[in-house]
Design a protein around this ligand. Structure first.
Ligand SMILES: [Zn+2]
Length: 316
């Protein structure tokens, strides 16, 4: 694909009167692709959105094949690390809870993962007795997940057909902020859920200190791929309109976003090599996430880390 992707201007999806405040103007810092984008805040409800934004037909331009999340969950990586980690895992899990993919205590049932990338999480849940299915926008990643033997719809949530049977649990890790129509998506998932089913999502937290501190150098801003920028309050509202009730917000106990944001600042100040090291930190943090855990834990208590994992339930 060449040239500039087509842009569309969008109103607040909660149907508020058009009254916006410009919050941030920024660019694609991850792949340095062209275009300048603005994040606005709806003065009526507080929900922040990217507008204008690439259309659903052209946003693929901003998801090159080396897009991080597609690579990070390839199976060989899972197989490669599992033997070493398997021995230590139960102990480590008791001490460190990063809240990144925290789930309510549930007996295995039917699970759908929206944005399953190459299938690592599907694989993990299947090994714990869950019947799993996935939806994945990237055809290449979807193929990798399907090769593991799981049913995966390759394409956006919008075109996914309804399941044969409803789900007990639906998860979406860092995916809601990428959807053009999050409310339509949530309503669709609501229809596919059993009574009392859980929806577990992780998203960046735009109410965090990082957001205010780094502005357009914020790693989690991720323009123009992130179309919505939620806070616990605005996410609660969007979930409600989508047919879900927000039950719990877990602030993640990880500082890798903060370090990557610092990398963007360093790069901007002319420290290109050091900056790059910081920017690549989230993918390589490894042991550092454990070393930084106490500090991250303090940040999380005050709701100030860059990401949150939320539990919601089908509204009665
Ligand atoms: Zn609004």
């Amino acid at each position: 694909m060449s040239g500039s992707p087509q842009l569309e201007d969008v109103s607040c999806p909660l149907g508020c009167p058009r009254d916006n405040e410009i919050v941030i103007t920024g660019r694609d810092l991850l792949h340095d692709l062209p275009g300048e984008f603005t994040v606005v805040k709806c003065r009526a409800c507080g929900l922040m959105r990217t507008t204008p934004r690439p259309t659903p037909e052209t946003i693929g331009f901003y998801y090159p094949d080396d897009y991080g999340p597609y690579l990070g969950t390839q199976v060989w990586q899972v197989e490669h690390t599992s033997r070493i980690r398997a021995l230590l895992k139960p102990l480590v899990k008791r001490v460190f809870n990063f809240n990144t993919q925290r789930l309510p205590p549930l007996a295995p049932g039917r699970m759908l993962e929206v944005g399953c990338a190459s299938g690592a999480f599907l694989h993990r849940m299947a090994s714990q007795g869950w019947q799993v299915q996935g939806i994945e926008f990237s055809e290449k990643a979807a193929q990798a997940a399907a090769q593991l033997g799981y049913r995966v719809h390759a394409g956006p949530l919008e075109t996914a057909p309804p399941p044969d049977e409803p789900f007990d649990l639906i998860v979406g890790w860092m995916v809601l902020e990428h959807l053009h129509d999050p409310i339509g998506g949530l309503q669709k998932l609501r229809e596919w859920a059993k009574p009392g089913a859980w929806l577990v999502l992780s998203v960046p937290n735009s109410a965090s200190l990082e957001f205010r501190l780094f502005k357009n150098k914020l790693y989690a801003l991720h323009l123009p791929n992130h179309l919505y920028h939620f806070t616990p309050e605005t996410l609660g509202r969007v979930l409600q309109v989508g047919g879900w009730t927000l039950k719990k917000v877990h602030h993640q106990r990880v500082l890798s976003n903060l370090i990557a944001s610092t990398g963007y600042v360093l790069r901007d100040k002319g420290y290109a090599r050091l900056g790059q090291k910081f920017i690549e930190f989230p993918g390589r943090a490894g042991i550092w996430n454990y070393a930084l855990y106490p500090l991250a834990w303090i940040f999380s208590v005050f709701g100030q880390t860059g990401r949150m994992t939320v539990w919601a339930r089908v509204s009665e």
